[in-house]
Design a protein around this ligand. Sequence first.
Ligand code: FES
Ligand SMILES: [Zn+2]
Length: 121
Amino acid sequence: MAKFERHVFICTNERDESAARPSCLPEGSKKLKGAFKDALKDAGLKNRVRANESGCLDQCEHGPVVVVYPDAVWYGFVKAKDVEEIVTEHLVHGRPVERLRLAEGCLNTEACPHRKGGKQK
Ligand code: FES
Ligand SMILES: [Zn+2]
């Protein structure tokens, strides 16, 4: 079997409600893995792109968070209804879905407005 060309990591970390940071599972990430698997199969990518659940990806204020490697394209606030578009546009045609990408100012920086108590979309 050919090697996987890409991996889609879907954070399914869950924190207690009282934790200092939010987490992706309560925001609905559990549904995403099955949705990615189905969409990848439908697109004929089952043997080339792998959808994996992951632990915390440290972008917790933007859940559900998904990252595609080796592209290093980060998506935030992903809903099951967005999965088909990510698969078709990004994983089939190589065009990341800009409307779902996390802004540079959100990645690994204290300056992220969501970390300062900004309301999540
Ligand atoms: S809990 Fe999902 S990125 Fe941290
Ligand atoms: Zn942010």
